[in-house]
Design a protein around this ligand. Sequence first.
Ligand SMILES: Nc1ncnc2c1ncn2[C@@H]1O[C@H](COP(=O)(O)OP(=O)(O)O)[C@@H](O)[C@H]1O
Ligand SMILES: CC(C)(COP(=O)(O)O)[C@@H](O)C(=O)NCCC(=O)O
Length: 404
Amino acid sequence: MAPHSCKLYLSDIIATMAEDNRKVSMEVNGVSENGFTDAPSMPWFGMDIGGSLCKLVYFEPKDITKDEADSEVETLRNIRRYLTKNSAYGKTGHRDTHLQMDDVYIRGRRGTLHFIRFPSSEMVNFLALAKSKGMANLVTTVCATGGGAFKFEEDFRREVNMKLEKFDEFDSLLKGLQFADAQNPSECYYWANPTDDACCSKVKYDFSNPYPFLIVNIGSGVSVLAVYSATDYKRISGTSLGGGTFLGLCCLLTGCNTFEEAIQLAAEGDNTRVDKLVRDIYGGDYERFGLPGDLVASSFSGFSFGQMNSREKRSKVSRQDLARATLVTITNNIGSIARMCAIQEKIDRVVFMGNFLRVNPIAMKLLAYAMNYWSKGTMKALFLEHEGYFGAIGCLLQFHEAKR
Ligand SMILES: Nc1ncnc2c1ncn2[C@@H]1O[C@H](COP(=O)(O)OP(=O)(O)O)[C@@H](O)[C@H]1O
Ligand SMILES: CC(C)(COP(=O)(O)O)[C@@H](O)C(=O)NCCC(=O)O
């Protein structure tokens, strides 16, 4: 199948799923055409429709028998090939090939998990295209989590006659995290020497005995969960100043258009040309209360060039500096909230996740440094390789656990 627009591609997937499900409805006694019993029909997806990005996890079976291959419907084979042979789907769909997980077992099947993302804002167009392809005459079920599973539920039903099997986003997140950590020995890591570019490194962290720990999920907004066991957790806090805020402010301030561009600008900028530091106010450290001179005292307050209310001074600040200051402001604020939550819950391990951390070592190192510094070494910031995909993984797993 030739590459074409993401919207077309997605509607093709759904159409194929529906066609395949229709065939499976002709199965007898729960024995599927491939000879495996009980499992829902392929293809298997987990979908997390968030405020910014839709994350899709696709299970590619690797144990297909000759009988199964011979009887496999062509569209299913085409979907598998299309998804696994390409890494970009139209203009906005991407497969994160570096995250691919091989040799995973789900419902007795051995396969590979593929990780795909596209903007949630594409969803409405995708449904319209799916409808134009005749989806309304087909029936199928897709498992989904995230706010979009609720927001788009009626659209899925009305436009394409598809039922969304909905799962809670935090239940899914936790299940996905547990699964990924068990599958991948290098899933969890921390940053050693985060402030020293020359010796800074990622170090594997053994998370096999994790409880209790805090999750700080930095998506569009931020949610903080305290996790006490595999099934016992509560959402203890959150903030609307999250990854969406960083991207929104950065685009407004610098005219950039993508997250990647915003991060690149930030990497080239200097926030101290925008922020007011403790030393700008005290002339050095504020020793009595342990505030070092290079600590940001007031974000966006400006000083080395003067106050921000001076037009002339403002003109000396670059787009790069603004991007860096935005990143530092949002990250430090999240770090402060995380620390306060950890103190309140008497928890010392804080796992940061969510796509805000994608291609974003500046934020991760800042969080690592801040958690360590302000807790005097008693708290640890942990990070995960599959940073934004746990909801989608967990959703796929829960679909397979649910009685059907
Ligand atoms: N390609 C991208 N497009 C948009 N935002 C991105 C991208 N990559 C990383 N991000 C960041 O990730 C955030 C969304 O994170 P995610 O965990 O997917 O949350 P949500 O579930 O709210 O969509 C965005 O607000 C942005 O800061
Ligand atoms: C509403 C949300 C759970 C949605 O999750 P998201 O799509 O941002 O990952 C999240 O944006 C959030 O927790 N916002 C912060 C709300 C608050 O506590 O102020």
